[in-house]
Design a protein around this ligand. Sequence first.
Ligand code: URP
Ligand code: ZN
Ligand code: ZN
Length: 459
Amino acid sequence: MKTLIRNGRVVTAVDDYIADIFIDGETVTTIGKMLDAEADVVIDASGKIVIPGGIDPHTHMELPFGGTQSSDDFFTGTRAAAFGGTTTIIDFAVQYKGESMIEAVDNWHAKAEGKCAIDYGFHLITTDFEDHHTEQMYTVMDEGITSFKLFMAYPGVFLVDDATIFRAMSAAGQRGGLICMHAENGIVINEIIKRFIADGRTAPKYHALSRPTIAEAEGVHRAIAIAEMAESPVYIVHLSSADALNKVREARDRGIPAFAETCPQYLFRSIDDYGDGWDGAKYVFTPPLREKHNCGELWKGLKMDDLQVISTDHCPFCMKEQKELGRESFDKIPNGAPGVENRMSLIYNGGVVENRISLNRFVELTSTAAAKMFGMFPKKGTIAVGSDADIVIFDPEKEHTFGVESEHMNVDYSTYEGWKVKGKVETVLSRGRVIIENGEHKGNAGDGQFIKRGECVKI
Ligand code: URP
Ligand code: ZN
Ligand code: ZN
């Protein structure tokens, strides 16, 4: 199959020009002006922006969590991602205590195999890491899983101690692996939660109040300090506050390889959204929403490269039957919210249209940087000869409104219900095949391939 995208404004992390793109099979083979080429499919992209497919390096499909399971499976979640202009996700496999890393990865391959609508990779959530796990870690890395998530939060579930963090970071760092850190002081937070519940403070907003920004900042500081001692890079996931950002900035200013992502919810929403009632359960995720001034600080961090990536932490739970598990007390509400479908338009509108970041930086934050950070570049994350033809044709003028009725995520609410944005994903190609066109999914479950990733970002 040969495809020609005509006359689009091609935007990468560094370029911005009008050109035709010729795709032979799965790969971009020629880029130029007025190409004289025969194609099976010709797409007129005049007046449109042509960007690399989005990469969302933080999603949780079918994650068993909080006494239930996230409501998107690997098909519904990746199809929704495609509708939103994302052509690659990195999801999280889980190694439970006592389980080998290899078993864990096999389990997650079995879950995702034959279901994904777009390409996918895995990080491995690691809950057990003694020195003898090093060999397993390297086996998993040879199989293309080159990043690992450790938790300083959720005691009794995912939390690991500092010794485990140090061992895992030392081993990963020696081999081009990357530790992704959920950085919050979960031990202290647990004590605050206990006090709140004893006092009858159980509404959803107390989820946020029990997790102060200083608990996040302490976690970030500790994660970076341990990484420094382990001579390893570290990547802070879902960073939510100015206090935590300051710790990353201080380290980067000293030349330490500390990296971080934030997510749209922390850029656009605030603690005020919880209100006093049950509806606030929609925003019970971790870290929680913060005071409004944090949003501006995070945008500054994105602009100045103290934050490198925008992911979603997509982890949906329906209000009905799932979030309801915590009707009596916020600590029983499954933590997570939907967002994988909203990210590209949301960031284009809030970032580019509202003049917070350039168009090139938009591409870098939503695609290129994740490809580089997690060992997929230049196959993914750019439009170049030899790269996978993962391409989004984006209408910069078209306005649309987010809402549960029109979205494709398998969940009963939208995190951004009723929000109007400018800029809409029009056509999506995944390795050369049109998978989204005229508001319809043209692909199938199982179109997406597992991506064997290479070494992560180097020190
Ligand atoms: O609330 C969240 N973030 N749920 C998903 C698990 C995690 O910590 O990323
Ligand atoms: Zn986390
Ligand atoms: Zn997460």
